[in-house]
Design a protein around this ligand. Structure first.
Ligand code: OOG
Ligand code: NI
Length: 461
């Protein structure tokens, strides 16, 4: 009997992220320009930073430095969310974290589908920040019903994508030919459709309620709204955008520039106004425009513990209380200075952060450790004796305030409708058909597993 040869989920994810990148570059030329800038800055940073090239070559390889790390979509219904969960699972991407964006006046809640194990992340770290629209927060009942009907009428997945997902679930994987078909079929869901499902009149009513509602409801599918490569120097890319003819958002989201980077810093170029047509009746189309798609970059640092996160949140709050970044960039310098000053209260030294329990670390034996056998194990003593060393764990998730800043800069700053903050993880998980992974538990688990491994190796037990 011949055994079917399955392609790994990691390989399917790699092929998918490549296909998505190719498609998006064709659809949004400014994104191609951003990728060129990122590659230039990454090259310059590698040249200018002694040891960085060797360090990266040893840890993760150099070829994929400037590749996409994430993208984002916004879905309209529980069924769409539950289905995308099944599709992403075939690519080894699972829901991690719950993000309530109502706190920032955006009527969605979200998770990130991503690879979880260190091996899977190193093969290909691509993730998709996935939001679900909360029509229940729309006050106009008639408009809510209308939007619900439009969403119920659309099918965002092709039959082939559904069939191949079911096949992968039933058989435990896909062979090479099926995997290639699966990637192409799933890509269709993320494609741009310039012909709206709704009339110009309905589009404008949705748009007046909230731009995001118009973006989710009006089209045949949840077009990928941005992709995000990684940069080695986000400040340089931010500064370099205007010279390349692309307009950056006002400020970089997240923590300030630091010696020991924490969490995640992100910025984007502003969403482009694109030509669309609205469906005004059988065969009749009206020209109009829609603003949704942009390009983003990210730079990641250490994953913080709940204690570190609380300190981060409170400092960010303080800084934004003193200076709220304006959408037009008019106080960008002041915001940067305020943020930097406020964050002097956050230790910028790995050992201090470790001692104070602000970040998660991964521990491993040094050469001296590998040549040593101990009777009993004490982490701090082993560290002090140089038998063990550690590195901060990289934060692989997202930040709600930053995400809100990214949403806002692409929706316009002038949203008039206010939503009440109303996190509802339970409803979200019901729609998803699964629980999301708790990221703090996950990082804590990685840290303690690394300590246990050191103990086993040092004591030989
Ligand atoms: C998602 C915005 C969130 C990020 O990087 O924080 C995000 C969206 O605009 O749909 O992608
Ligand atoms: Ni993003």
């Amino acid at each position: 009997m011949t055994q079917t040869q399955f392609v790994t989920a990691d390989a399917i994810r790699s092929a998918f992220s490549q296909a998505m990148s190719d498609m998006y570059r064709t659809e949004v030329p400014a994104y191609g320009t951003l990728l060129e800038l990122v590659a230039e800055v990454n090259d310059q940073t590698l040249e200018a930073t002694p040891g960085l090239r060797d360090r990266l070559a040893a840890s993760e390889g150099l070829e994929r430095i400037s590749d996409e790390r994430h993208g984002a979509i916004r879905l309209g219904t529980a069924e769409e969310l539950a289905t995308i969960r099944r599709i992403f699972a075939v690519m080894g991407m699972f829901p991690v974290g719950y993000y309530d964006l109502t706190v920032a006046n955006v009527p969605v809640h979200s998770t990130a589908f991503r690879p979880i194990s260190a091996d899977a992340l190193s093969i290909n770290p691509f993730r998709v920040f996935t939001s679900l629209l909360r029509l229940d927060l729309l006050k106009d009942a008639e408009l809510r019903d209308l939007a619900g009907e439009v969403l119920a009428s659309r099918r965002i997945f092709t039959q082939e994508a559904m069939d191949l997902t079911a096949k992968a679930e039933a058989e435990g994987g896909l062979d090479k030919a099926d995997a290639a078909r699966f990637v192409q079929a799933v890509l269709e869901t993320f494609r741009w459709h310039d012909r709206a499902l709704v009339s110009a009149e309905v589009y404008h009513r949705l748009h007046d309620a909230h731009r995001l509602i118009a973006d989710v409801v009006s089209f045949r599918g949840p077009h990928i709204n941005h992709l995000t490569p990684r940069t080695l120097d986000i400040d340089r890319v931010q500064e370099g955008m205007p010279a390349k003819g692309i307009a950056p958002k006002a400020v970089v989201e997240g923590p300030p520039t630091r010696t020991c980077p924490i969490f995640l810093r992100q910025t984007s170029f502003k969403a482009l106004e694109e030509v669309v047509s609205f469906h005004d009746g059988a065969g009749s189309w009206t020209a109009g425009s829609h603003t949704a798609r942009f390009g983003e970059i990210e730079q990641r640092g250490a994953a913080l513990t709940p204690k570190g996160r609380a300190l981060y949140d409170s400092l960010l709050n303080t800084a934004r209380g003193r200076c709220r970044p304006a959408g037009d960039g008019s106080n960008a310098d002041e915001y940067r200075a305020t943020l930097a000053e406020t964050f002097t209260a956050f230790p910028d030294d790995w050992e201090e952060m470790r001692k104070e329990g602000l970040a998660y670390f991964s521990y491993r034996l040094t050469d001296a450790g590998a040549a040593t056998r101990l009777e009993s194990f004490d982490l701090e003593a082993a560290l002090a004796e140089g038998l063990i060393t550690c590195d901060a764990l990289v934060y692989e998730d997202f930040l709600p305030v930053s995400a809100a800043g990214i949403f806002q800069s692409n929706l316009g700053d002038d949203e008039s409708q206010a939503f009440e903050a109303s996190p509802n993880q339970k409803t979200f998980e019901e729609a998803l058909g699964a629980e999301v992974l708790d990221m703090f538990e996950h990082y804590a688990g990685l840290e303690s597993a690394s300590i246990e491994r050191c103990e086993r190796q040092l004591t030989g037990r």
